[in-house]
Structure formats: C-alpha cells, structure tokens
Design a binder for this molecule. Sequence first.
Ligand SMILES: NC(=O)c1ccc[n+]([C@@H]2O[C@H](COP(=O)([O-])OP(=O)(O)OC[C@H]3O[C@@H](n4cnc5c(N)ncnc54)[C@H](O)[C@@H]3O)[C@@H](O)[C@H]2O)c1
Length: 340
Amino acid sequence: MNILITGGAGYIGSHVVKQIIENTDHSVVIIDNLSTGSLKTIKTLNEIRQQTGKNTELTFIEADLKDFQMIEGIFKAKKFDAVIHFAASIVVPESVKNPIKYYMNNTVNTTNLINLCLKYGVNRFIFSSTAAVYGQPDEIPVKETTPTQPINPYGRSKLMSETVLNDVGAHTEFKYIILRYFNVAGADLKIRIGQRFPNATHLIKVAAETAVGKRDKMYVFGTDYPTPDGTCIRDYIHVDDLADAHIKSLEYLNDNNSDVFNCGYGRGYSVLEVINTMKEVSGVDFKVEYTGRREGDPAILIADNTKILNNLNWKPQYDDLKLICKTALEWEKKLLQEEV
Ligand SMILES: NC(=O)c1ccc[n+]([C@@H]2O[C@H](COP(=O)([O-])OP(=O)(O)OC[C@H]3O[C@@H](n4cnc5c(N)ncnc54)[C@H](O)[C@@H]3O)[C@@H](O)[C@H]2O)c1
C-alpha cells in the first residue's frame, strides 16, 4: 500500500511511520506543516528506513492541510490506498481561548481531507480521536457506547470530525476506523524518536522534564478528588502499543466495516503514582508542588478496551508504567544532550 500520513513528523504519527517502515512493506508519504512536528524526526525516520534495507519509499512533504489546493495536488500526483490522519491542534486550554483555530484545523481540514479521499477513491481512513470526546463520563471504565459529551472545543472539534466520518461512511465505499486515544506516553524503546515539542502538558512528559532538571518543580492539580490518594487517575498507553493499533486497524478494514475503538490498557494510575514511579526510575527526588484543581479534569478516566482486544488483532506489549516512565525519561535525557 501507499499510505498518506498527516502529522507524521509529530509524536504519535512518527511512531506509526516507524512501525510501518520496520514491520510492513507499505510506502509512506508524510504531510506535515512542522507546527509542532520536527525535521529532526523526519531525518531519524529516513535513517530507520535506510537501515531496513527495504526498497519501500518514505516521502516527506512540508504542507499545511489548510492549503486545500496543494493537498489536492498531492492526491492527484500520488495514488494513496489509505490515509492515517494525525495532524491536529491538541492543547485543551488553547482550544478554549482560540476555538476557531481548533474548528478550522481539526474539523474543517479533516473534512477537506475526507472529501479528497472520496474524490480520489481512497477508501480507508484511520482517524486520531481522543477520550476528550467523552467529557466527564458517567461510567468508568468508559465504553465506546458511553455518551459523548465533550466539555471543550478540542473534544468537540474531534467529535465533529467523527460525525463527518460516520455520515460519509454510511453511504459510500469509504471505510474508517476511529481510534479514541486515552493518555499516550513513553517513547521508542531504542530512544530514537519521542515527544519533541516543548511546553508539553502531558503528565509523564512533564515529570520526565522535571526529573532531568529542565523544570525546577512540577505541579499536582488537585488532591481532593474521590480517588484513593485524592489525585486524578488516568489510563496511560505506551505510544508503540498505540502505534500498533493503527497498523492493526488498517488490516481490520480489509474484511470489516468502519468502527470505533477505545485505545487504553483498561486500568489507571493516579498522578501521585506516576510521579513516584518517575522518581523511582530516575533516582531523582524532584520537587512537587500541590495546587488546586484545574477546571474540567474528570477524577477518573479509564478505557474499557474490551472491544479493541476482541476485534482487532491487537496485543499490547508495553503495559508497564515503569517502562513507560523509563522510555520517557531516556528520551528527555537525549533531548537534553542535543541542546548541549
Ligand atoms: N498525545 C496524546 O496524548 C493524544 C491523546 C488523544 C488524541 N491525540 C491525537 O493524536 C494526534 C497526534 O497527536 P500528537 O500527540 O502526536 O501531537 P503532535 O503535535 O506531536 O503531532 C501533530 C502533528 O501534526 C502536524 N500538524 C498540525 N496541524 C497541521 C496542519 N494544519 N497541516 C499539516 N500538519 C499539521 C504538527 O506539525 C505535528 O507534527 C492528534 O490528532 C491528537 O488530537 C493525542
């Protein structure tokens, strides 16, 4: 197959590109505007491709999805068999301040991409969605059938794209898989790629940055939640297990219809458990400051992953908080060396 991957220079997209290069015979075209992605990641992916010795292709095109003409030109020039769509704006507080950015980038640009798939006969589409579509869910663990009630523009912008996919898929040959990611963390086990973009808000990334001394302290937002230690509980999935779910989703569409799957391990860890694990694997007793709750943080968010386990040929391999923290930490050390 020839697969278009939008956002392939970013964190999760690059891990999927890596796995496609290493584990399949598909060729990949990456479109990325490098707003949060990095050319260094593209360079590393090219090195990984060369090391495989395969003659599959990896092409990078710097382009913005909002440039409809340019994107259509790429669809015209290359015949794609599938699209995996990661490119998006992903910071929840920013989406509250600047909702238009989120609806334009996440909903309008996605709709255009789907339209181009219909026009150029690309009938397989894998979409990066998020647990944010559930908002503050009434049931834990969260099932795919749990009502979607997003509480911020980021979650709503993603849910709108899901709606477009549903409506388009209902009357055409076009098939899609929606993957609703829970908390994605960790890095490539060989520490070649990872989460590069600075000012991350993801807990494990922040804890790793604090452990290596990039931050002098980190904050815990809220200690009075109805959880055993009072801090929020989340379902952390290693980025390489998540990446594998994309490859399995593509295979699934060969013989099955469109569907939606939660991506998580089905169990959660509290903020304090994560911090203590990062302290343990790093050997650094970094400073932690306790402060009030942030608006809109549900106490507990855990995926019911029964559906993905039963339907996709997906077998998670890295369901291990220590391993997740260790790879995140080693990646952060590598970034620090780059800066020296
Ligand atoms: N990181 C998480 O925990 C998480 C959780 C749930 C869902 N997601 C979803 O996963 C996807 C990937 O997230 P990520 O963490 O890898 O983020 P990321 O910011 O590292 O990757 C996004 C990539 O898309 C590119 N991009 C953004 N807008 C673009 C545009 N208009 N045109 C071309 N390229 C564009 C960026 O440069 C970047 O390389 C997103 O769709 C996000 O909503 C992420």
